[in-house]
Design a protein around this ligand. Structure first.
Ligand code: NAP
Length: 254
């Protein structure tokens, strides 16, 4: 297949959770999937997790490549996209999914926790968007999908850093949408509610019970249910949508 007939999808944070499901949702004949991951705390565990994503995408008949890169560091983002361009020559879809939490009440939040969350969850999407949008503009087309959060719209006690980043990501989505609409690059956000992944696995039972009580559908969402909406935004069916935020939250916010 020639490079031009390939569809190249880039997903940040594809080794686990929602990112892995997005990689799988994008798997289709003629699509090549590149994802990154970053875990200084457990490099071996993350290599295994990345290998699992590659294997699961492979079972769907699609090629995936996982590369180590911290989205919060410009040089690593540049090197990551250079590897994608060397291997595939184009970028059709970017999903800014990588994210972390460092929760704490404002009164006690450490500066380092504020910086870490803003750097990964907001600066990371900016850095990836800057590189990918330039490539997409040259191609006269592309899709950027940012994974925000319900809390970016409604706030959340103990998550000032995360909420600020996710609300900021909605602003980044709308601005990128306006700047690149004339180049046929659409930019939208998906705002998940309470989703069953590693990110929510360690929440105290009390918090989980309170969260569940606030969901009209009375259950957590599955990462596949978020990935399906990302798949829609990346599809031809969503060609005329840009600057929008799609909420996937079981009715938690309406
Ligand atoms: P997760 O299971 O913790 O996975 C996070 C992914 O991001 C991992 O692949 C992780 O890789 C990667 N990552 C973290 N820091 C990175 C960095 N600096 N550079 C590159 N990759 C990095 O989280 P999730 O629940 O799937 O969340 C995915 C996205 O959805 C996040 O943006 C999150 O904020 C958002 N979201 C989640 C929920 C929820 O309830 N789960 C709700 C709303 C929004 P490593 O493990 O290698 O670090």
């Amino acid at each position: 297949m020639s490079e031009k007939n390939q569809r190249v999808v880039v997903v940040t944070g594809g080794s686990r959770g929602i990112g892995r499901c997005i990689c799988k949702a994008m798997a289709a004949p003629g699509t090549r999937i590149f994802f990154n991951y970053f875990s200084p705390a457990d490099p071996e565990g993350e290599k295994a997790a990345a290998a699992e994503t590659i294997a699961q995408v492979g079972q769907l008949g699609c090629e995936a490549l996982g590369l180590w890169a911290n989205v919060a560091v410009q040089a690593e983002v540049t090197a990551f996209f250079d590897q994608v361009m060397d291997a595939a020559g184009r970028v059709d879809v970017l999903v800014n999914n990588a994210g972390i939490t460092r929760d704490g009440l404002i009164a006690r939040m450490k500066e380092a926790d504020w910086d870490a969350v803003l750097n990964v969850n907001l600066k990371g999407p900016f850095l990836c968007t800057q590189v990918a949008a330039r490539i997409m503009a040259k191609q006269h087309g592309g899709r950027i999908i940012n994974i925000s959060s319900i809390v970016g719209a409604i706030g959340n006690i103990g998550q000032a850093n995360y909420v600020a980043a996710k609300a900021g990501l909605i602003g980044l989505t709308k601005t990128t949408a306006k700047e690149y609409a004339s180049r046929n690059v659409t930019v939208n956000a998906v705002a998940p509610g309470f989703i069953d992944t590693d990110m929510t696995a360690n929440l105290p039972e009390k918090v989980k019970t309170l969260m569940l009580a606030s969901i009209p559908m009375a259950r957590m969402g599955q990462p596949e249910e978020v990935a399906a909406v990302v798949g829609f935004l990346a599809s031809d069916a969503a060609a005329y949508m840009t600057g929008q935020v799609l909420h996937v939250n079981g009715g938690m916010f309406m």
